[in-house]
Ligand binder design. Structure first.
Ligand SMILES: C[S@@+](CC[C@H](N)C(=O)[O-])C[C@H]1O[C@@H](n2cnc3c(N)ncnc32)[C@H](O)[C@@H]1O
Length: 300
């Protein structure tokens, strides 16, 4: 199961109108989608995306709802999908709840988890691109190091990259357990709040799924999807994503430099600071701890 993060805050930010047209870019297990559908009347529509075939398979139970459509697609194709339906510039709300879902993280076979060993895969869509093992077994040491440094903000990136290259010269890496053990052996031992491989796994997941490229494209296309009065809500889980969302929304909402016309930006931020989960939610769902919700409205 996947517990949707900041559900009440998301619905408030989207201000779901019963006859509106909504886009859920990250269906997952449909927690947010179901809540949107509950608020939609018979005229309302919800189009959902997920790049993971397993998420799309889990969504078939909603297939009987004529207001709902779920497609197996990356949200970097949002604009093309909406254009094909004559829906560009008409969305009442666009939602992105980024990252991986609990079923993806918890299933060792998907290769995202260092707590239970499984094949070192990490692809949200296992039919696309190289697996993490394929990449790690052939990448240059400097590329591994840069990945860990940039996407994991891992201060021991050099040591870890060196240890990975040494290990794979003995035998190709195959499992998440092997990688977690290599990382744990490469960094200094000290009491830590998080597992020593947390940042390495985060970095590799971001790289393998091109998560920042997806977000960059998704932000631009999600903005163009909005109709007047439409709202764009993004929930992110780490600082690289949150920074990108924050800057993108801030720049859109900034008034144009004179003498550009119109003098006002057509976009406005719904709140200056990100919305975060309250203590009760964090206690019940630790994933919510690092979530930041930001929202933008197309006012004109
Ligand atoms: C955090 S989960 C969403 C959970 C969902 N809101 C719920 O309540 O069940 C993120 C989902 O987005 C999907 N995803 C991540 N990046 C994507 C992308 N670029 N395009 C489409 N789906 C993506 C993942 O496969 C995952 O299923």
């Amino acid at each position: 199961m996947h517990t949707p993060v900041m559900l009440a805050q998301t619905l408030e930010a989207l201000a779901v109108a019963p006859a509106g047209f909504y886009v859920d870019c990250t269906f997952g297990r449909g927690g947010h989608s179901r809540a949107i559908l509950e608020r939609l009347g018979p005229e309302g529509r919800l189009l959902a995306f997920d790049r993971d075939p397993a998420a799309c398979a889990a969504g078939v139970e909603l297939a009987a709802d004529p207001r709902f459509e779920l497609i197996h697609e990356r949200f970097s194709h949002l604009e093309a999908v909406l254009a094909a339906r004559g829906r560009l510039g008409t969305a009442s709300g666009v939602l992105m709840d980024l990252g991986v879902s609990s079923p993806q993280l918890d299933d060792p076979a998907r290769g995202f988890s260092f707590s239970a060993s499984g094949p070192l895969d990490m692809r949200m869509d296992p039919s696309q691109g190289p697996s993490c093992a394929d990449w790690l077994n052939q990448a240059k040491q400097t590329d591994i190091e840069n990945c860990l440094w940039e996407y994991g903000e891992e201060r021991f990136s050099r040591r870890i990259a060196r240890a990975i290259v040494a290990a794979r010269s003995r035998a190709p890496l195959q499992t998440t357990g092997e990688l977690a053990a290599i990382v744990a052996g490469a960094v200094p031992r000290r009491p830590a709040r998080i597992h020593p491989a947390t940042r390495t796994f985060q970095a590799l997941r971001i790289l393998i799924n091109d998560e920042l490229g997806e977000l960059r494209a998704g932000l631009a296309q999600g903005t163009r999807a909005l109709g007047v009065g439409g709202r764009f809500v993004v929930i992110s889980f780490h600082s690289l994503e949150d920074r990108m969302v924050k800057r993108y929304f801030r720049d859109l909402a900034r008034p144009p430099e004179p003498p550009a016309l119109p003098a006002e930006s057509p976009f406005r931020l719904l709140q200056r600071k990100p919305v975060t989960a309250d203590e009760a939610e964090v206690a019940a769902n630790p994933r919510a701890r690092s979530a930041n919700l930001r929202a933008l409205e197309r006012a004109a």
